[in-house]
Design a protein around this ligand. Structure first.
Ligand code: AMP
Ligand code: TRP
Length: 332
């Protein structure tokens, strides 16, 4: 049976970009790939590359788990778990640190970007983060790893590390394939559509959070930055704002972009934005309702317990195999 692995950091509220670029793919794939075992986790260890408030982190982990399920992840098909509850991630992460070379880590775009923001000092795990991410994937012999564009470089490194380890120590890991959605791989900021929509944007108007008040969401869409032309046409280079809104509209409605262009041929931006605002609010309403119900129910812990146990069964076997390959401990 094939395996699919992916994770999201519990580093704050999830955005529409996270949803369209990642979660929505997991949900579509869970229907499409019936012969595949899914491991989806909350990457809490990855969150501590920056300082975290204990109460906020705990809340974010639980919130993310509930949100995954509210968005439609089916616990009968998916093992949903918390990364730090499966100790083998740390164990293999350390082994991956001994497989990767420092310049390979220093070359990572995300490291180069994030290190500029860490004024109070760069934590060493900001650099070694891709080693842990490689471990997250290789522990489960994942064939498919759905991620947004920004994670492709880390996945490429994971593939190199799997090949290197296999070459040095004998066949141990499956070399995983990245999987990026054709549309939605990069949802852009509403205030600067040349920039990615990011959780950590200082401007609240730039980002739609999945748990935002619905009226607030409508207002954000209505005030999204667009160009001075009046035509509703998809053209990323000349009309990045409208193109981004068309992408969002297409993904939540199932209508193709040319169909939308035709529908709005004789409309102005205000009508188009107002329609999208309503559609998006109606799309997110049931997700928010399920989220609040789940957060207060014991079902959430049952799902996370099952997920952890299933993940551990696979991960433990793998780490024992790796230790044996390396000659660690007393395993023969
Ligand atoms: P992050 O929020 O950076 O932890 O990302 C979690 C997942 O969402 C990853 O697979 C990202 O690639 C994806 N993602 C984050 N922001 C966006 C965006 N603006 N558009 C599409 N996918 C995104
Ligand atoms: N690094 C990813 C991000 O920030 C999250 C992540 C951690 C992940 N481990 C993973 C994604 C393994 C896919 C597979 O978005």
């Amino acid at each position: 049976m094939k395996r699919l692995v992916s994770g999201i950091q519990p580093s704050g509220n999830l955005t529409l970009g996270n949803y369209l670029g990642a979660i929505k793919q997991f949900i579509a794939l869970q229907e499409e790939l019936s012969e595949t075992e899914f491991f989806i986790f909350i990457a809490d260890l990855h969150a501590i590359t920056v300082s975290q408030d204990k109460t906020a982190l705990r809340k974010n982990i639980r919130s993310l788990a509930a949100l995954y399920l509210a968005c439609g992840l089916d616990p009968k098909k998916v093992h949903l778990f918390i990364q730090s509850e499966v100790i083998e991630h740390n164990q293999l992460g350390y082994i991956m640190e001994s497989t990767v070379y420092v310049p390979e880590l220093e070359r990572m775009t995300q490291y180069k970007d994030k290190k500029l923001k860490q004024q109070a000092g760069i934590r060493s795990n900001l650099l070694t983060y891709p080693a842990l991410m490689a471990a997250d994937i290789l522990l489960y012999d994942a064939d498919i790893v759905p991620v947004g564009e920004d994670q492709k470089q880390h996945l490429e490194l994971t593939r190199n590390l799997a090949e290197r380890f296999n070459q040095q120590h004998g066949d141990t890991f499956i070399v995983p394939e990245p999987f990026t959605p054709k549309v939605g791989g990069k949802i852009m900021s509403l205030t600067d559509p040349t920039k990615k929509m990011s959780k950590s944007d200082d401007n609240q108007k730039a980002v739609v959070y999945l748990l935002d008040d619905l009226n607030q969401i409508k207002n954000k869409i209505k005030s999204a930055v667009t160009d001075s032309d009046t035509k509703i046409r998809y053209n990323v280079k000349d009309k990045p704002g409208i193109s981004n809104l068309l992408t969002i509209y297409s993904l939540i409605s199932g209508l193709k972009i040319p169909e939308l262009e035709q529908m709005y041929e004789n409309s102005n931006y205000a009508t188009f934005k107002s329609d999208l605002a309503e559609k998006l609010a109606e799309y997110l309403r049931p997700i928010q309702e399920r989220y609040h119900a789940l957060l207060a129910s014991p079902e959430l812990d049952t799902v996370l317990d099952e997920g952890r146990d299933a993940a551990k069964r696979v991960a433990y076997k793998k780490i024992m195999k790796v230790y044996k390959r390396l000659g660690l401990g007393r395993i023969k």
